[in-house]
Write a new protein. Structure first.
Length: 277
């Protein structure tokens, strides 16, 4: 029939139902709690039963009690009269901010553009200086723990300088290398230290996927010069058993010192999970 305004949603309304596994008993459990038996319509062998005390059935909460036991050959189902299910999809752009209750939307939906948001943010650092090269930097490593520093989610783990990711995903990995060169006496000192991120995708063979160099040159003698380099890359961790990283410090002479400290970040590694793989 004709109507004025939007098409009534009620014509798309259905009701929740439940079909029971029947046995010789008077007690059944409802899928949804009800106040009393008048909130459901009960059918046994397709015949609607009369609700109420002293009649066919009573109900309270999720407990349904029959006045007489069913037989295993019976069929029984009920319709929840108080649980109408709307199947109408809201019109495009019809939901406004005012209609959304605080804390209603899960982070997985809110940050869908970022594929579930940042769930891992971790940093590790070198705690002690060393001179020369290291492939990889394999010892004197710790997760940052100075007061005021923090992490998010599960930590990276490392064994002999090989770092394992806590979960799959797209990760931003950064390597900050702090160095100095010069022994305070040599007249001319040239220094070059290269920071390298190495990656394996089969837990076996590694390749350089990012590198940067810090150069130092002293012709005056008697000085110690400091410099730093930073290199970063995005890594697609599809398998935490196979995809791993390690960090190499490559020096051209034995007077270059790679700086480490247990109370602050000098040479350090950063891992941030940006989203799902």
């Amino acid at each position: 029939m004709p109507y004025i305004g939007n098409q009534p949603a009620e014509q798309f309304t259905s009701f929740a139902t439940q079909t029971f596994s029947v046995s010789a008993t008077t007690s059944y459990t409802l899928d949804h709690a009800v106040t009393n038996e008048n909130e459901i319509a009960l059918f046994i062998n397709n015949v609607r039963q009369q609700p109420g005390s002293g009649k066919a059935y009573t109900a309270s909460g999720t407990a349904l009690t029959l006045s007489a036991a069913t037989a295993s050959t019976d069929t029984m189902y009920c319709v929840f009269l108080g649980r109408a299910l709307q199947t109408v999809t809201p019109a495009t752009n019809s939901i406004t901010n005012a209609m959304i209750t605080d804390s209603t939307i899960e982070s997985g939906k809110l940050f869908s553009t970022f594929k579930n948001g940042i769930t891992v943010a971790d940093q590790w650092r070198l705690t002690t200086d060393f001179t020369g090269s290291a492939d990889p930097i394999a010892s004197n490593l710790e997760q940052v723990d100075t007061t005021g520093q923090g992490t998010i989610g599960s930590a990276m783990t490392q064994s002999s300088g090989v770092f394992t990711f806590p979960s799959t995903g797209i990760y931003l990995v950064k390597f900050n290398l702090s160095v100095n060169t010069g022994d305070g006496t040599t007249a001319t000192v040239d220094g070059l230290c290269t920071s390298i991120i190495q990656l394996t995708t089969d837990n076996s063979s590694y390749s350089d996927i990012a590198r940067a160099s810090a150069g130092l040159h002293d012709t005056s003698g008697g000085n110690v010069h400091e410099n730093a380099s930073e290199v970063s890359t995005l890594i697609d961790v599809t398998n935490t058993s196979n995809v791993k990283v390690k960090f190499e410090a490559q020096s051209i002479n034995n007077t270059t010192t790679v700086k480490g400290d247990s109370t602050r970040n000098e040479t350090f590694f950063t891992f941030i999970r940006l989203g799902d793989t």
